[in-house]
Design a protein around this ligand. Structure first.
Ligand SMILES: *[C@@H]1O[C@H](CO)[C@@H](O)[C@H](O)[C@H]1NC(C)=O
Ligand SMILES: *[C@@H]1O[C@H](CO)[C@@H](O)[C@H](O)[C@H]1NC(C)=O
Length: 379
């Protein structure tokens, strides 16, 4: 941890070493974030891609919502546990036009999104930025229109964020996994590695744009161990010596780690560039890898088994079923909470909760501050 920087930047902040672990003591104060604005891919999509294209099928959503909620999961995602931790409602997707409430923020993340254009989804990070900018300016205009005559104010005003809340909101970002996986599918490992600086330039620009719009507190997830996804393992283990001691595909994970190393550098650069902004870099990679490597001890089944869909014998996506030669493919498992992977690519609710419990208190963050205290990290 860069403790010198913290001391310089934060009023009343003490950094003390307890049992060798740096701890940041912020006097027990809690940030009062009025809203969360999130950008990303399916790891944090709470219904965007589903609203834009086609609804997800059951059993997605079965554990928590009781029906498909637009999440690629049996229940809640890490972004949902972030909202709960901050005592805010779960985020509505910006692209969802039914039953949405943006009072406490909006979610621009959509499944398949990458940082660079030209991947799996049209809603790359640049589009998510322009959606956010349009959202913010339309809210500001609408709010002014509705303000003067409180008596006739339609109730939907309470579903809109207050313009002043944009600068006090928490901005969360979790994106990049699809840039890597799209690259692995269409180019070579080496080409993906070489493309990282370009990918991160776009990320860097997007954050500058958010800052220009008034965003000040950022919570940035790095990318997960893509080589540990069952999908990657099934399609990537062919080469001998490709797997590490935990059964994850090494070359893919090495590229993810290189991406994260450069992402962290960019975040440090952003800290230097943008006065008055607070950046927390969260090592989600290590949290996920810790879970995968201790699956058994943590009460999970083999981390490469997954609950919904099938890539073995016959490939079938979660939510579909097929009978091939008398065998039924696509029946979900009976114990999703014991699976780390929900559908071979996305994590289960219980895995998301395990990870959230470890990242939200700051133990995987730089600086190691809990999410409820990140607003005090102003420079
Ligand atoms: C189904 O049976 C046919 C004929 O025996 C065989 O060619 C095919 O590979 C089988 N498919 C699967 C998914 O097992
Ligand atoms: C954060 O929570 C995890 C899981 O409960 C715990 O193991 C860890 O020690 C905590 N870290 C801090 C810094 O509080």
């Amino acid at each position: 941890m860069d403790s010198a920087r913290l001391c310089r930047c934060v009023f009343g902040l003490m950094v003390v070493g307890l049992v060798g672990l740096p701890q940041v003591v912020l006097g027990g104060r809690r940030c009062n974030f009025p809203a969360i604005y999130n950008f990303g891919d399916s790891n944090s999509d709470t219904g965007g891609i589903s609203a834009a294209f086609a609804a997800l099928h059951p059993p997605n959503g079965e554990t928590f919502f009781g029906h498909p909620s637009g999440r690629y999961c049996d229940g809640r995602l890490i972004i949902d546990f972030i909202a709960e931790e901050l005592k805010l409602p779960l985020l509505s997707a910006y692209l969802d036009s039914v039953g949405t409430n943006f009072r406490h923020g909006a979610n621009f993340a959509t499944g398949g999104s990458s940082i660079l254009p030209g991947g799996y989804s049209p809603f790359h990070l640049g589009i998510q930025m322009s959606q956010f900018i349009q959202f913010k300016s339309r809210i500001s205009a609408l709010y002014t229109q509705l303000s003067p005559s409180a008596g006739t104010t339609p109730p939907f005003k309470s579903f809109l964020p207050r313009p002043k809340d944009f600068s006090n909101a928490l901005y969360t970002i979790d994106i990049g996994q699809n840039d890597l996986s799209y690259g692995f599918q269409h180019t070579t490992i080496e080409q993906v590695r070489l493309s990282i600086p370009n990918i991160l330039s776009q990320f860097f620009q997007a954050v500058h744009q958010l800052y220009k719009e008034g965003a000040r507190v950022f919570w940035v997830h790095n990318t997960g161990p893509i080589g540990c996804l069952p999908y990657t393992v099934i399609y990537g283990r062919s080469k001998p010596g490709n797997l590490d001691q935990n059964g994850c595909v090494k070359p893919q994970n090495e590229v993810a780690q290189e991406f994260n190393r450069q992402l962290k550098e960019r975040v440090f650069q952003l800290r230097a560039d943008l006065p008055g902004a607070a950046f927390t870099y969260v090592d989600v990679y290590s949290a996920k890898y810790a879970l995968i490597s201790s699956a058994k001890n943590e009460g999970f089944v083999d981390p490469f088994e997954f609950c919904c869909g099938s890539f073995y014998g016959y490939h079938i996506d979660c939510g579909k079923k097929a009978i091939i030669n008398g065998t039924v493919y696509g029946n979900p498992c009976h114990n999703p909470s014991m699976h780390i992977s929900w559908d071979g690519i996305h994590y289960s609710e219980s895995a998301n909760l395990w990870i959230a419990n470890r990242i939200l208190n700051g133990s995987f963050s730089d600086p190691p501050v809990s999410i409820g205290e990140t607003c005090f990290l102003y420079q």
